[in-house]
Design a protein around this ligand. Structure first.
Ligand SMILES: C[S@@+](CC[C@H](N)C(=O)[O-])C[C@H]1O[C@@H](n2cnc3c(N)ncnc32)[C@H](O)[C@@H]1O
Length: 346
């Protein structure tokens, strides 16, 4: 017998659409949007562990709960949350200790009161017929409330990924560094959006940030860079991160790619913008167009091409006939807003 479970994800408020899409791409299933920052995923119980492992690696996911979300006029009152507590299932808590923590996101009008938390504790206690106790210091079960203006979430906290989990692969720790390198978080996002490829290409690999993130997910990754120094440095970084067994690095020009038609499942890359990273005299738009032509030639029909570009070049790219394009604007700093592009051929 299959049990259906409901995972609730809370994504970063910076680009919630992108966070939802990232979760969909890593899981290969739909995420139902139940609030600006809250998504609901229905999955078979047997898939729970693998889904949690995949979601933990998502850059934009801030926390994951097993529980319920209400979107029908959530009220910020203790009585409303008491009703939610009473209508939830708490068999997991019977015979155990629990603590309740609360988080306010997205326009919730006030700081959630201790009365609100106490009312949920009362609901849980009565649902378990008194066979559970509060333990704030070392509880068996963490119950979590997410209070938003457009959604109320109540459930058992499964994961709260650490914000610094990619830090050890940041530029600072590489043997070959470059100021135009992506952060490991950005690189991981590009890889996650590519879905589940077996073989991935970064045709502008630089220090290899994308290759390392791909290889750490078990994806075989090929890097191309026109600079011999960059390709050598990239290889040193792959060895440093112990991912060299899954990576290859080639010196070559993306405008004359040394690859056969449809030889890759996906491309994830950040072409140079001509600011910190050289375009070797080629125009930025030329390299962006070269990327689109790579996408149509060397990526398999089912594959995705994921890349970033500065927002100011948005109007100069034409995707006609290349497939479906999704675009997400990501503010980086005053001088740079990037557009993350996701191009699928069908
Ligand atoms: C923005 S950097 C890539 C940074 C990389 N994602 C990282 O995290 O280190 C762009 C790279 O593209 C390379 N490049 C420039 N023109 C190229 C071309 N025509 N073909 C291949 N690589 C090229 C540059 O040498 C540079 O290393």
């Amino acid at each position: 017998m299959h049990t259906t479970m409901h995972l609730i994800v809370v994504v970063s408020g910076s680009v919630p659409d992108l966070g939802m899409r990232e979760a969909e791409r890593v899981l290969g299933c739909d995420v139902e949007r139940v609030g600006r920052r809250v998504g609901l995923i229905e999955l078979e119980g047997a898939r729970l562990r693998s889904a949690l492992a995949k979601l933990y690696e998502c850059v934009y996911i801030q926390e994951i709960l097993l529980g319920k979300a209400w979107t029908d006029h959530p009220r910020p009152e203790a009585s409303f949350y008491y009703e939610l507590g009473c209508s939830s299932e708490w068999s997991e808590v019977i015979g155990k200790t629990f603590a309740i923590s609360v988080r306010k996101i997205g326009g919730f009008p006030s700081t959630p009161s201790t009365e609100l938390i106490a009312s949920v504790a009362k609901a849980v206690h009565s649902a378990c017929n008194g066979q559970c106790n509060v333990n704030l210091t070392n509880p068996d079960v963490h119950i979590r409330l997410i209070c938003a203006s457009d959604a109320a979430v109540i459930g058992i906290q499964m994961l709260r990924p650490r914000g610094d989990r990619f830090r050890l692969r940041s530029n600072k720790f590489k043997v070959f560094k470059h100021p135009a390198s992506l952060t490991p978080e950005d690189a991981r996002l590009l890889v996650n959006l590519a879905g589940d490829p077996e073989l991935l290409l970064d045709p502008f690999c630089g220090t290899g940030t994308v290759l390392a993130e791909a290889a750490l997910k078990g994806i075989e990754a090929v890097g191309l860079d026109v600079s011999t120094e960059a390709a050598r440095g990239c290889w040193s970084n792959m060895k440093l991160f112990s991912v060299d067994a899954l990576c290859s690095v080639i010196v070559g020009d993306a405008r004359r790619p040394p690859f056969r038609q449809e030889s890759f499942d996906a491309i994830s890359t950040d072409p140079p913008y001509g600011r910190l990273a050289t375009t070797r005299g080629a125009g930025v738009q030329t390299l962006q167009k070269c990327l689109l032509s790579l996408s149509s030639s060397i990526v398999k029909r089912s594959g995705f091409t994921v890349f970033m570009r500065p927002k100011e070049y948005s109007s100069q790219l034409h995707f006609d006939g290349l497939g479906i394009v999704e675009e997400y604007s990501v503010y980086v700093h005053g001088g740079l807003t990037r557009v993350v592009c996701l191009l699928s051929k069908h």
